[in-house]
Design a protein around this ligand. Structure first.
Ligand code: PEP
Ligand code: MN
Length: 366
C-alpha cells in the first residue's frame, strides 16, 4: 500500500473532522450522557478509551470489553461513528467484532515497533480507519515507521494524530507540541490526514482552544478532544476534559483558515513578501558560508599553534553579545540560543575536520 496515495476517508464531512468523547468509558450512563449532550451537527466521531495505558499501575485501567457495548448504544442512538484505542491483537479482535469504525494506536504503542507490527498483522487488510498517534518521544521516524508497517499490511484508510511529546522538565504543556515535528511529518507524508489532540498536548482545559487554533493555522484536517459529562470527576485525565457545552463553545470560536485565497491584492502582497524572504534566505546562506570559511581558517591557525578548539570564554562572549543585540532586534532568547548553538557546533565540526586533516598530512610533524 502506498503512503503517498490520497486518503479520502475523512471526506464524509465538508470541513475538518471532529472526534469527541471521554478519555475513558467509565460507566454506561456516563458514556451515554456524554454522547447525548454532544452537538451532533459538529461532532462526527465518538471516542472512548476501553483499555487504558496508565503510566503507573494501580490506576484505572479501563472497563474492558463491556465498554464496547456501551459505545454500540451511542451509535444506535446518535448515529455517531465510534473510535477507540487498540494496543494488542486481542484489542483489535474485540474492536473489530464490535464494528468500531476508527481504531487508533496510542503514543505508548507507536513507540514500540514490536507492538505496532503485531497490531498491524491483526488489522491486515481492514478498511476501518486506523489512526496513529505520535510516539511519546520526539522521533519522527518512529511515527512514520508505524504508518509504514500498517501500509505494508494493506491497511488503506490511514491518518495520524499529533498529541505532543513527553518532556522531563515541567513546561506550559503536558506534552510539548514540537510543532516542527508535525510540520516535518506533513512534509514527509503529505497525503496522510493529520488530526490534532489538543487535550493531551495541553493537559489543561483552559489551554485547549489555543492549541486547536494553532493546529488549524497549520492546516490540520481535524481535532480529537476529550469530552466528559462530568470532567471534574473523570476517572482519568480529569484536568483536561471538557464538558460537551465547553466543547461547543470552543469549536464555535475556532477560525478555519483557507488553504489559499483568490483575492489578487492578497496574492500580490504574498508574492512580494515571499520574494523578499527568498532573497534574505540566499543572503543568510552566503553569510553562513563565509562564517564557516573563517571558522576553517581559525581551525588551521589553532592547529599550527597547537591550541584546543573549544574556548569557553570566547563562546560565552559570543552568546552574551548575540543575546543582547538580538533582544534589541526583537529576536527571542530561545530562538537565538538554538540558532547560535547550531552555528557554534558547525564551526567546531569544521575546525575539527581541518585539524584532523592537518595531523593526517603530517603538518605537526614538520
Ligand atoms: C488517550 O487518547 O486517552 C490516550 C491515552 O492518549 P495518548 O496515547 O496520546 O497518551
Ligand atoms: Mn486521555
Amino acid at each position: 500500500m502506498d503512503l503517498n496515495r490520497g486518503q479520502t476517508w475523512h471526506r464524509f464531512t465538508d470541513g475538518p473532522i471532529l472526534i469527541a468523547g471521554p478519555c475513558s468509558a467509565e460507566r454506561e450512563a456516563q458514556v451515554l450522557e456524554t454522547a447525548r449532550r454532544l452537538d451532533l451537527s459538529r461532532v462526527h466521531v465518538f471516542r472512548a478509551g476501553i483499555w487504558k495505558p496508565r503510566t503507573k499501575p494501580g490506576g484505572f485501567e479501563g472497563v474492558g470489553e463491556i465498554g464496547l457495548r456501551w459505545m454500540a448504544r451511542v451509535r444506535e442512538e446518535t448515529g455517531l461513528r465510534l473510535a477507540t484505542e487498540v494496543a494488542s491483537p486481542r484489542h483489535v479482535e474485540k474492536a473489530l467484532e464490535s464494528d468500531i469504525d476508527f481504531l487508533w494506536l496510542g503514543a505508548r504503542t507507536t513507540v514500540n515497533p514490536f507492538l505496532v507490527q503485531e497490531v498491524a498483522e491483526a488489522l491486515r487488510g481492514t478498511d476501518k480507519v486506523v489512526l496513529v498517534k505520535n510516539p511519546v518521544n520526539p522521533d519522527l521516524a518512529l511515527w512514520v515507521g508505524a504508518l509504514e508497517r500498517l501500509a505494508a499490511r494493506h491497511i488503506k484508510n490511514l491518518g495520524a494524530i499529533h498529541r505532543g511529546f513527553s518532556t522531563y522538565e515541567k513546561t506550559l504543556y503536558r506534552n510539548n507540541p514540537h510543532w516542527q515535528i508535525a510540520i516535518a511529518f506533513r512534509k514527509e507524508l503529505p497525503q496522510i490526514p493529520l488530526i490534532s489532540d489538543p487535550s493531551h498536548i495541553s493537559g489543561r482545559r483552559d489551554g485547549i482552544y489555543e492549541v486547536a487554533q494553532q493546529a488549524f493555522n497549520l492546516d490540520f484536517e481535524g481535532l480529537m478532544i476529550e469530552t466528559h459529562c462530568d470532567p471534574d470527576h473523570a476517572w482519568s485525565d480529569a484536568e483536561q476534559q471538557l464538558t460537551p457545552e465547553m466543547l461547543r463553545d470552543i469549536i464555535g470560536r475556532i477560525e478555519l483558515r483557507n488553504r489559499c485565497a483568490e483575492d489578487s491584492l492578497y496574492r500580490t502582497a504574498l508574492y512580494a513578501m515571499r520574494s523578499e524572504i527568498d532573497d534574505l534566505d540566499e543572503r543568510l546562506l552566503e553569510l553562513l558560508s563565509r562564517r564557516m570559511k573563517i571558522a576553517a581558517d581559525i581551525g588551521r591557525l589553532k592547529g599550527e599553534n597547537n591550541v584546543a578548539i573549544l574556548q569557553p570564554e570566547r563562546w560565552n562572549a559570543i552568546l552574551k553579545r548575540t543575546e543582547k543585540q538580538g533582544a534589541q532586534l526583537g529576536l527571542s532568547d530561545e530562538f537565538l540560543d538554538s540558532a547560535f548553538k547550531a552555528i557554534h557546533q558547525a564551526s567546531i565540526d569544521i575546525q575539527n575536520r581541518v585539524m584532523l586533516e592537518m595531523s593526517r598530512d603530517g603538518v605537526w610533524e614538520k
